[in-house]
Design a protein around this ligand. Structure first.
Ligand SMILES: Cc1cc2nc3c(=O)[nH]c(=O)nc-3n(C[C@H](O)[C@H](O)[C@H](O)COP(=O)(O)OP(=O)(O)OC[C@H]3O[C@@H](n4cnc5c(N)ncnc54)[C@H](O)[C@@H]3O)c2cc1C
Length: 432
């Protein structure tokens, strides 16, 4: 039976583990509960179709992710998970300029041609907007799309994990480190002898080392047979096999390790001599309790022209946010005066009615990004038994469940649902 370990149980890892739990593989899910986990903080807007991003590869993932929700939540419900946190409440994309509203409507109509899940598209005047979201300021028109949704990232993650556990997945808490054997794929034969300083006959994977073979040094130590730990031109040759993970001092072997470590992934790949170019952006997001607002659980998600948004939940609970802070430390999970000033300033301008809300909680999370703001997914080149995905950015709740399913297919040796060439992990890797 294939043993598979998933590291990281945000929306991505939870989805990978859940989908793997439908197979006959033996699956373990590990999470270190890092403060600032993105899934814990996310707003949860599922509405990729109105985005002005032109990158088709990004859009394909986001569109596939939004579409997949109906199937996934239905399946989870049929397995007894009644609280998936998903509600198809629609979205209002606001503007004060009628020309922009018309452009948005046209974009939505065009995108509906191959994404019928967008649902109804209609232009609403100011009065209609206020009827659907009474706390909003005057002056906004909107394009409403009925297929948009909101999802509570924590509830969805917990539902997937709970279903996975029922299907036999074991879940453990702790910081995972990769266990590796270097150079298993080489046919270099040092046979316990020190390599001569200028060994020119070393081969890796059956290929002679190109050009700089003469720079290979063995550090004067005999190399164990079938081990490559050499440097060519000062750079380490990092090849080998991931054999499992160590958690809380205990070793867990695996045939495949799937890394879903979000903003923390670079640390995990460091011992392999790899730099995983995952950057992160801090988001602070505010939760408010309004006096009872009848029917607020049905109110649509509000997407204004700037980068702030507003979501309503049952019994007058509101969420407003978020900040987009670059150049911060991964340990900086502070709620800051500047952050709250920005969120409240923009939030109250959008919906003055929020002024009466009681401040309840501020959540802080790190959105993980890979180069070009495009997610990556696939096998880590040079390393057997290692698969990863990352860079879900500001749309990770939208894409995460769908991408997690692709990860599970990769780990099981099945064909993914979509070609993954555009999202090759190589694009985000470089040697240290
Ligand atoms: C404020 C905010 C608002 C957002 N709003 C939206 C939105 O409206 N719509 C949307 O689609 N997306 C939104 N997002 C984006 C979305 O939340 C993220 O893209 C997504 O949650 C990333 O999921 P992930 O599983 O990759 O990472 P995370 O959720 O960060 O999970 C990574 C996990 O890996 C674990 N981990 C890391 N290293 C190790 C290790 N060595 N051992 C064990 N465990 C480890 C961590 O503890 C963590 O639990 C928002 C994000 C933020 C911060």
């Amino acid at each position: 039976m294939k043993k598979i370990i998933v590291v990281g149980s945000g929306v991505l890892g939870a989805s990978a583990a859940y989908h793997l739990s439908q197979s006959d593989a033996q699956v373990m899910l590990v999470d270190g509960r890092h403060p600032g986990r993105a899934t814990d903080a996310a707003a949860g807007i599922i509405c990729p179709w109105l985005s002005q991003r032109r990158n088709q590869s990004w859009y394909r993932l986001a569109k596939g992710g939004a579409r997949y929700y109906a199937e996934l939540t239905e399946k989870l419900r049929s397995e007894g998970e009644s609280d998936t946190g998903y509600a198809r409440v629609g979205a209002l994309s606001l503007h004060t300029d009628p020309k922009k509203i018309e452009q948005m409507r046209e974009r939505a109509e065009k995108r509906r041609e191959d994404a019928p899940e967008i649902g109804e598209i209609e232009v609403l005047d100011e009065a209609q907007v206020r009827e659907l979201f009474p706390l909003l300021n005057d002056g906004y028109m909107a394009v409403r799309v009925s297929g948009a949704a909101r999802v509570d990232g924590r509830a969805l993650r917990d539902a997937m994990i709970s279903a996975a556990q029922r299907n036999g997945v074991s879940v453990i808490e702790g910081e995972a480190a990769l266990s590796v054997v270097k150079g298993r794929t080489t046919d270099m034969s040092a046979k316990g002898e020190p390599l001569p300083e200028h060994a020119a006959d070393v081969t890796v994977k059956g290929e002679p080392l190109p050009e700089h073979a003469a720079d290979v040094v063995s550090k004067g130590e005999p190399l164990p047979e079938h081990t490559v730990d050499v440097t060519a031109k000062g750079e380490s040759i990092t090849e080998g096999r991931v054999t499992g993970v160590t958690v809380n001092g205990e070793y867990f072997p695996a045939d495949e390790v799937v890394i879903c470590a979000g903003a923390w992934a670079n640390e995990l790949l460091r011992p392999l001599g790899l730099h995983f170019r995952v950057t992160f952006q801090k988001g602070q997001i505010l939760h408010l309790q309004m006096p009872e607002q009848p029917g607020s659980g049905e109110w649509p998600v509000v997407i204004p022209p700037n980068d702030q948004y507003l979501l309503a939940f049952d019994h007058g609970k509101m969420v407003a946010g978020a900040t987009h802070e670059n150049d911060v430390q991964l340990t900086d999970v502070r709620v800051t005066a500047g952050g709250m000033h920005e969120v409240l300033d923009k939030g109250l301008a959008l919906a003055p009615g929020l002024a009466d809300g009681e401040l309840q909680e501020v959540r802080v999370g790190f959105r993980p990004f890979t180069p070009g703001f495009l997610p990556v997914i696939g096998r880590v080149p040079g390393w057997e038994g290692l698969i990863t995905a990352n860079g879900l950015g500001a749309s990770g709740l939208t894409m995460g469940p769908f991408l997690g399913r692709q990860l599970s297919q990769l780990a099981l040796g099945l064909e993914p649902d979509l070609p993954l060439d555009d999202y090759a992990v190589e694009k985000a890797l470089e040697p240290r």
